[in-house]
Design a protein. Structure first.
Length: 192
């Protein structure tokens, strides 16, 4: 999986006043947890943009005082009015510990149902995937090459891999419905 490098600086003071000063300087207060102890740090907001404002799932490599740690973004807090990033929680990764992430769905192939005039409806754009960091996919690929009009592809139809999808097996990922033009064409053909 793609890894984005971020540098951070340790925070000596932890509190509202310190956090407000950091945000004024263009930094975001953050916490790295999951290891032996929590690490409070400050990260430049410009470094975080590539990791946050993207449809892709990414790992993050955080460098603090020369020590590099692999992590994922576990939670983001935004201001309710201005949408300014207020706080970031990072979860440290370990090679032998499974993690749960939201991974984007990537549709592959061309649906014969869509070629006939059907309407492609993607209900799930991300899936919850549980795996070891080395087995975590960049995207979950779903082939729509066999989807005719009226067919659907569910979570249970996914090929088994080194990861586990934790969504409900009955959840529909993508379907091909009948478009208005196709319904009208069928109705007119039925009248003749």
């Amino acid at each position: 999986m793609k890894t984005i490098a971020i540098s951070g600086s340790p925070r000596e003071n932890v509190g509202k006043r310190d956090a407000k000063e950091l945000r004024y300087e263009g930094k975001v207060p953050a916490v790295l947890y999951g290891g032996k102890e929590q690490t409070h740090l400050a990260v430049l907001i410009t470094d975080l943009r590539d990791a946050i404002y993207t449809p892709e799932a990414n790992f993050v490599e955080i460098a603090v005082n020369g020590t590099k740690t692999n992590a994922i973004i576990k939670e983001l807090q935004f201001h309710p009015v201005t949408d300014q990033l207020l706080h970031v929680d990072f979860l440290q990764l370990f090679d032998n510990k499974e993690i749960l992430m939201e991974i984007p769905v990537k549709l592959t192939g061309t649906s014969p149902g869509v070629k006939m005039g059907g309407k492609l409806v993607q209900k799930l754009r991300k899936l919850r995937v549980k795996a070891l960091p080395k087995d975590m996919p960049q995207a979950v690929e779903v082939s729509i090459a066999k989807l005719e009009v009226g067919n659907l592809f569910r979570v249970r139809d996914l090929a088994k891999g080194a990861y586990t999808v934790t969504n409900t097996p009955e959840d529909t990922i993508v379907s091909v419905g009948m478009s208005r033009a196709l319904k009208q064409a069928e109705q007119q053909a039925g009248k003749k």
